[in-house]
Design a protein around this ligand. Structure first.
Ligand code: DX5
Ligand code: ZN
Length: 217
């Protein structure tokens, strides 16, 4: 089952509710919420108050991506403010296992993310501790970047690693996903697709529909 998780980082915050509902009307069931702290990544995006507000306007699955240092400090709070899944970066955690456990303890699905330059082997010790692996296919920090071509091989390697371990987990891909590379990404083994600019720039509902059509094949 393939999932589309539109990233609101690319939405227009003047009318966030309208943009979210347009993505939902196009068939998206998840919403990707990019939280940046100005430390783990240079940019600062938005935080709790935005998530708390939009929780009131949709029942979509909130897929919260914490690009923050020592994310364990905030996992419980995001869970309380409506996250259904929370993803932390391996590079940002002092104790990865503890951070993932805090997410599950708060009742959410636990995601672990790695940056494009982090070896895929580094996730192996944590296979039992996460429900989803988020492979960054751009350097985290901003939307609208180009997909790093090597990411496709990394998806294949992770899917192989998980299959060999007998682990049925989601693989999410984030950064530079467009209609033009979507097929390649799914075929490599990803099943959760983040897309920001490709969904929220232009006609949101028809963009989402076009993605869903390929994801549903
Ligand atoms: C990047 C964020 C992404 C970003 C994706 O740091 O994690 O979720 O919003 O945006 P696009 O799809 O425009 O590359
Ligand atoms: Zn993201």
């Amino acid at each position: 089952m393939n999932i589309l998780s539109p990233s609101i980082l690319a939405a227009d915050f003047c009318h966030l509710e309208q943009d979210i509902k347009a993505a939902e009307a196009g068939g998206a069931k998840w919403l990707h919420i990019d939280v940046m702290d100005g430390m783990f990544v240079p940019a600062i995006s938005f935080g709790m108050c935005v998530q708390e507000s939009i929780r009131k306007c949709t029942d979509m699955f909130f897929d919260t991506h914490l690009m923050i240092k020592d994310p364990i400090r905030y996992t419980e709070e995001f869970a309380r403010l409506g996250s259904n899944g929370i993803t932390v970066h391996l590079e940002a955690c002092e104790d990865v296992r503890k951070a993932l456990a805090s997410i599950r303890a708060a009742g959410c699905r636990a995601g672990l993310s790695i940056n494009p330059k982090t070896p895929v082997e580094s996730i192996r010790p944590y296979i039992d501790d996460f429900d989803m692996i988020l492979l960054m296919s751009v350097e985290p920090g901003s939307g609208g970047q180009e997909y790093i071509p090597e990411s496709t091989e990394r998806i294949r390697q992770v899917r192989k690693m998980l299959n060999e371990a007998g682990a049925e987990k989601d693989i999410e891909v984030d950064g530079g996903v467009r209609l033009s590379n979507l097929e390649e990404i799914i075929t490599a083994g990803a099943n959760v697709i983040v897309a920001g600019s490709a969904i929220f720039k232009g006609d949101i509902t028809s963009n989402a529909k076009a993605f869903m059509q390929i994801l549903g094949r």
